[in-house]
Design a protein around this ligand. Structure first.
Ligand code: NAD
Ligand code: MG
Length: 392
């Protein structure tokens, strides 16, 4: 019986994870669930899956959850320390890291430091902490399995003995596919007028709001390039982004002998979730089998870095190294939030990120504390620029 903690249970990934777990009650048991604000939803999940512990974002939310669950023996707590506890407890084997953004870093790192099997959806945590996170995984013998569909596809397309060294495995390139999001073909001049509703309407995937906006700017792909760098030990010039609007191929690995291996499937996150949960076995996920005869054509082309400046900014941050990716990530989180609150326009997102990157020196990512200092500096700088743009 695998005991599971889900960080971010009420989100899109959290719900898909519970959907897969519910199909295999004989193999998995939920140990703990967390949510930030959606207490009623978390209470329903607790009733259905009966975890031993539930964690929410505030004391008020905890009081309300306790009330809703008064008849059940579920320990309710709140805050970051409690998240770290449910991620590192000896009573859990596997941690689904599905909190969105920098808020997920501390508990995800706690899971790695406790040597857990970490199913990583929270790409922002890895983008921020990079080498430090990978070192923690190695030192504490944690198992890190990628949930992001592209990275899960790459993982499946690499040899089983792969040890973060492309040359040793004959890997020429990692080909990261991207749908291009909702604005792949929209006239560039009209991008200034994009609304949050338009940005969140992804053609192929149903996801949380932050990652949906990231997909529309292609910052999501930029963060994924950095994520691929850390997961697979590939330098920036060995990671190529390929636009593939149908999202049938989830990514590929190109080998020195000319072979290209890919993983295909319907675009549904339950496939990578089931893969990582059961690895190295396979379990049913509820996803329909892919019928390639339904697709008359699969298309591939190069990304347009002028249409999607965030993608170029992410490559810049990866090449700059140190805390530059943490700067990029923090500025982007602030800008996306301001866009979703209608305080700035869609194209202001890349303006905020660029200015924060240009105006703030990055340093060495020598410790998690140094990364967090840079994260806070970048948030303050981004807030100031948002204020200027919003007032303009
Ligand atoms: P979501 O917005 O649907 O859910 C986020 C979850 O995190 C919720 O449970 C929420 O309660 C919790 N949360 C939010 N802010 C928090 C905070 N400050 N402290 C603690 N918990 C907090 O997001 P999602 O789409 O499920 O994405 C989750 C993560 O997975 C993101 O990092 C995203 O990039 C990654 N991811 C998502 C998908 C997808 O298809 N949705 C695909 C690949 C990767
Ligand atoms: Mg992805």
């Amino acid at each position: 019986m695998q005991r599971i903690t889900i960080l971010g249970a009420t989100g899109s990934i959290g719900a898909s994870t519970l959907d897969v777990l519910a199909r295999h009650p004989d193999q998995y048991r939920v140990y703990a669930l967390s949510a930030h604000g959606r207490v009623d939803e978390l209470a329903e999940q607790c009733r259905r899956f009966r975890p031993a512990r539930a964690v929410v974002g505030s004391a008020e939310a905890a009081a309300r959850l306790e009330q809703l669950l008064a008849d059940l023996p579920i320990d309710v707590a709140h805050g970051e320390q409690a998240l770290c506890e449910i991620a590192s407890s000896p009573d859990t084997d596997t941690v689904m890291a599905a909190i969105v953004g920098a808020a997920g870093l501390a508990p995800t790192l706690a899971a790695a430091r406790a040597g857990k099997k970490v199913l990583l959806a929270n790409k922002e945590a890895l983008v921020m902490s990079g080498q430090l996170f990978m070192d923690a995984v190695r030192e504490h013998k944690a198992t890190l399995l990628p949930i992001d569909s592209e990275h899960n596809a790459i993982f499946q397309s690499l040899p089983s003995h792969y040890a973060r060294n492309p040359d040793a495995a004959g890997v020429a390139k990692i080909l990261l596919t991207a749908s291009g999001g909702p604005f792949l073909n929209r006239a560039v001049e009209t991008l200034e007028q994009v609304t949050p509703e338009e940005a969140c309407k992804h053609p192929n995937w149903s996801m949380g709001r932050k990652i949906s906006v990231d997909s529309a700017t292609m910052m999501n792909k930029g963060l994924e390039v950095i994520e691929a760098h850390w997961l697979f030990g590939a330098p920036a010039d060995r990671i190529e982004v390929v636009i593939h609007p149908q999202s049938v191929i989830h990514s590929m690995v190109s080998y020195v002998d000319g072979s290209v291996l890919a993983q295909l499937g319907n675009p549904d996150m339950r496939t990578p979730i089931a893969h990582a949960l059961a690895f190295p076995e396979r379990i049913a996920s509820g996803v329909a089998q892919l019928d390639l005869t339904e697709w008359s054509a699969l298309q591939f082309h190069k990304p347009d870095f002028e249409r999607f400046p965030c993608l170029a900014l992410a490559f810049d941050a990866l090449r700059a190294g140190g805390t530059a990716p943490a700067l990029l990530n923090a500025a982007n989180e602030v800008a996306v939030q301001a866009f979703l609150e209608r305080r700035i326009g869609f194209r202001d997102i890349d303006r905020v990120v660029r200015r924060v990157m240009d105006e703030n020196a990055h340093g060495a990512a020598s410790s998690i504390e140094a990364v967090m200092v840079q994260d806070e500096e970048a948030r303050r700088a981004a807030d100031r620029i948002v204020g200027l743009l919003a007032g303009a």
